[in-house]
Design a protein around this ligand. Structure first.
Ligand code: NDP
Ligand code: OXD
Length: 306
C-alpha cells in the first residue's frame, strides 16, 4: 500500500516518521510531480496537480477539520474524503473561546488598561443570566465549546443545520431558526464549516439582528465574515468588539484595519491546532477501518460541503 503525503506549509519529516511508525505495512512518501500514483493520500492544501496525478486513490485524509479549500479542487469522484474530527483541537477551541468570552464578560481588557494607567477601579459585575452565548455550528468543536461555557453557568444556545437536543443547551436549527437564535445572543461564536450556505453569514444583515452591544468571536473561517460590515458595526457601537482568529486573507496584512481597532483582538489562526500524534493515530485507525469496510467518523459529504 502506497500513501502519498502532500501537505503545503507543513514540515513533512515528523509526519512521515509518525505515519510510517503507525502504518508499518505502508510505504509513506512525500509527493513530488512525476511520482507513481498512490493508493491513499494524506493532504493539507494540496495543489490541483496532485489530484490530477492520482487515478487510483482509495481514500483521502485531510489533516485538518475544515475541508473548504479541498472541496474547491477537482477531487477524484467517489473517493472517501475523511477529515480530522477533534484531533486534539476541541479542548483548545474550548480554551480559546472561554478565554475570549470571559475576558469580555469580566472586562479583563479594561482592567489591564487600568493597571497600565495606574488606575484602581472595580466595576459592577455583569448579569450572567442575561449574558447568553450563541454558537453557530454544533458539531465536534461547537458542542465541546458549548459544554465548556456551561461550566461557567452562562446560558448557552446553538444553531445547526439539522435539529438537535443537547443537555443544557438551547438548540435552534435551519434558516427558520436563525433570527430567534441571533435575537437573544449577547456573544456570538462562529464554528461553522465554510460552505456555499455559510459564506458571508456574518454580515451586516445578520450581525444587526444581535442585540446592541453584542460581541463576536470568529474561530471558523475568514470567509464567514464580511470584515467591512463588522468594522462599520463596531464603529457605530452596535457590535461592542470582536475576537478574530481567521481572516479572508491570511496572514492578515500588517496595515489591515482589523489590526488597529482597539476593540478588536486578532490571533494568527491558532485557536485550535491539529496535533500530529492525535491526527496520525486517527488516520491509521480510520484507514484500517475503511479497508475492513467499516464506517468512520469525519467522512465528508461533498454535496453538503462539510
Ligand atoms: P462539524 O462538521 O463537526 O460541525 C459543523 C456544524 O456546523 C454542524 O453542527 C452542522 O450542522 C453545522 N452547519 C453546517 N452547515 C450549516 C448550515 N448551513 N446551517 C446551520 N448549521 C450548519 O465541524 P467541526 O466542529 O469539527 O469544525 C467546524 C469548523 O471549524 C471547521 O469546518 C473549520 O473550518 C473550523 N476550524 C477552525 C480552526 C481554527 O484554528 N480556527 C481549527 C479547526 C476547525 P449539523 O450538525 O446539522 O450537521
Ligand atoms: C482546521 C484548521 O480546519 O486548522 O483544522 O483551521
Amino acid at each position: 500500500m502506497n500513501i502519498a503525503f502532500c501537505c503545503t506549509g507543513i514540515a513533512p519529516q515528523p509526519w512521515l516518521a509518525d505515519l510510517r511508525a503507525a502504518l508499518p505495512e505502508a510505504r509513506v512518501e512525500p509527493w513530488a510531480p512525476g511520482d507513481a500514483p498512490a493508493d491513499h493520500a494524506v493532504v493539507w492544501a494540496p495543489p490541483q496537480a496532485f489530484f490530477d496525478a492520482q487515478p487510483r486513490l482509495r481514500s483521502i485524509f485531510n489533516i485538518g477539520a475544515g475541508v473548504d479549500a479541498l472541496l474547491g479542487l477537482r477531487l477524484p469522484p467517489g473517493v472517501p474524503l475523511v477529515r480530522i474530527d477533534d484531533g486534539g483541537m476541541a479542548v483548545q477551541m474550548a480554551e480559546y473561546v472561554c478565554h475570549a468570552a470571559i475576558g469580555y464578560f469580566r472586562d479583563f481588557g479594561g482592567y489591564a488598561a487600568d493597571a497600565a494607567a495606574g488606575r484602581w477601579q472595580p466595576r459592577e459585575p455583569r448579569d450572567r443570566a442575561a449574558f447568553t452565548i450563541g454558537i453557530l455550528g454544533l458539531g465536534v468543536l461547537g458542542q465541546r465549546v458549548a459544554r465548556a461555557l456551561r461550566q461557567f453557568d452562562f446560558p448557552v444556545r446553538g444553531w445547526s443545520r439539522t435539529p438537535k437536543a443537547l443537555d443544557g443547551i438551547d438548540c435552534f436549527a435551519g434558516d427558520g431558526g436563525l433570527d430567534d437564535f441571533l435575537a437573544g445572543t449577547r456573544l456570538l461564536v462562529c464554528l461553522l464549516p465554510l460552505t456555499p450556505d455559510t459564506r458571508d453569514i456574518l454580515r451586516r444583515e445578520t450581525l444587526s439582528r444581535l442585540p446592541r452591544g453584542a460581541y463576536l468571536v470568529n474561530v471558523a473561517r475568514g470567509g464567514h465574515l464580511v470584515e467591512d460590515d463588522l468594522l462599520a458595526l463596531v464603529d457605530d457601537g452596535h457590535i461592542a468588539g470582536a475576537t478574530l482568529d481567521v481572516f479572508r486573507q491570511e496572514p492578515l496584512p500588517a496595515d489591515h484595519p482589523l489590526r488597529v481597532r482597539p476593540r478588536i483582538t486578532v490571533t494568527p489562526h491558532i485557536s485550535a491546532q491539529s496535533l500530529r500524534a492525535d491526527c496520525v493515530a486517527q488516520i491509521a485507525r480510520k484507514l484500517r477501518a475503511l479497508q475492513r469496510g467499516e464506517p468512520v467518523a469525519g467522512l465528508v459529504d461533498p454535496a453538503r460541503g462539510y
